[in-house]
Design a protein around this ligand. Structure first.
Ligand SMILES: Cc1cc2nc3c(=O)[nH]c(=O)nc-3n(C[C@H](O)[C@H](O)[C@H](O)COP(=O)(O)OP(=O)(O)OC[C@H]3O[C@@H](n4cnc5c(N)ncnc54)[C@H](O)[C@@H]3O)c2cc1C
Length: 325
């Protein structure tokens, strides 16, 4: 598939369903991910504003009809994009941001707040707090978007996105029925969520907005908690180097956090090329400056192998490897 084909598709979709978009061809994804590695995507497409839904539906259906792959990009905070990059389109949600105003009073009465999926997690936390709504403070300081947090069922400080998630508006295609992409509302069903799992991972879908069901809170207390979480992340070195947070999932069966297992095996500081197990945290792999995606992948594989050899535990990566490997 050629970039020319993608250009034709975008031109056609914009004509049929006008929308404010920016698009870049052969765009290096290291500029759009927190690990700051990865090759280029054929086209990075960032829609926003009026016509967003119709345009996204049209792009998804047209790409499907022409076998052009589409990758959904949030804040790029949980992914390692391969050095060869991503073929097709990366539909970047990060420009589709802010609180959704529709039916405002109805939802305000229910202490429910709705965000466009590209809203940064920090902005969502700040907005909820400004409205005196409490419950998502635990996510303060976590990089990424609302859509990514819901898709990943992001978790920290003993809470997870599913605890406060209400429903999501998604553009969804049910392949078994050979259907086209259409908009659906997905209500929370607690049984569909588990550790780092959400129902969206099993669907071919784009989350376009998500609601959080919160409760009235004391603003000062909320601000103090938000500050505490942000400071804790700073203290733990989360922002010192490019990374994607925890490299591996935790597993209760191990009896201790994965970072501790890696630490006890003396693996902190181990390096492959420019990728390193953070000297200050066993479960964070960092880009020391000149890492490539292959370095990170090799270090993840090496670490998992070493842990298996020495302890028998099988580590599962939490970071997602995307693109052509
Ligand atoms: C310093 C640091 C600390 C971190 N700490 C934590 C932590 O404490 N807990 C934790 O859980 N994670 C943590 N992370 C990882 C990351 O912040 C979260 O996983 C976050 O939720 C990812 O969101 P994102 O928008 O960046 O998703 P991306 O990385 O862009 O995407 C992740 C996956 O979600 C999909 N996706 C994204 N948006 C959408 C959408 N709108 N519709 C459909 N699919 C979508 C993508 O296709 C991809 O498969 C950390 C990362 C960093 C860099």
């Amino acid at each position: 598939m050629s970039v020319e084909k993608i250009k034709e598709i975008i031109k056609k979709c914009l004509k049929e369903t006008p929308c404010e978009v920016s698009f870049f061809y052969n765009e290096p994804l290291k500029y759009h991910t927190t690990f700051k590695v990865g090759g280029s995507v054929d086209c990075l497409l960032s829609p926003k504003g009026d016509g967003f839904r119709a345009f996204c539906i049209n792009i998804l259906n047209t790409c499907r009809a022409h076998n052009v792959p589409v990758f959904i990009l949030g804040g790029g905070a949980n992914i390692v994009v391969s050095d060869k990059g991503i073929r097709g389109i990366a539909l970047d949600m990060s420009e589709w941001k802010g609180k959704l105003q529709s039916q405002r009073e109805f939802f305000a009465k229910k202490n429910e707040i709705i965000f466009k999926s590209g809203t940064s997690i920090d902005e969502a936390v700040n907005t909820a707090c400004a409205e005196g709504l409490s419950g998502i403070e635990f996510l303060a300081g976590m990089p990424g978007t609302v859509g990514g947090a819901v898709w990943m069922n992001a978790r920290c400080y003993e809470s997870e996105a599913a605890d406060v998630f209400g429903w999501a508006e998604v553009i969804f295609c049910e392949h078994e029925l050979k259907s086209r992409y259409t908009v659906h509302k997905v209500e929370k069903n607690a049984a569909d969520f588990a550790y780092k799992q959400s129902p969206f991972q099993k669907m071919d879908c784009v989350i376009i907005s998500a609601s959080f069901r919160l409760k009235k809170g004391d603003k000062e207390e909320m601000l103090n908690n938000i500050k505490k979480y942000r400071e804790d992340r700073e203290k733990k070195g989360h922002y010192r180097f490019p990374s994607a947070g925890s490299a591996f999932k935790n597993n209760r069966d191990f009896g201790k956090p994965t970072g501790q297992i890696i630490d006890e095996l003396g693996l902190k500081g181990r390096q492959v090329g420019g990728a390193q197990i953070a000297p200050f945290h066993g479960n964070i792999i960092i880009n020391t400056g000149n890492a490539c995606a292959n370095d990170i992948r090799a270090l993840v594989d090496e670490t998992a192998l070493e842990v298996k050899k020495k302890t028998g535990f099988i580590l599962e990566p939490e970071i997602l490897f995307v693109g052509e490997w």
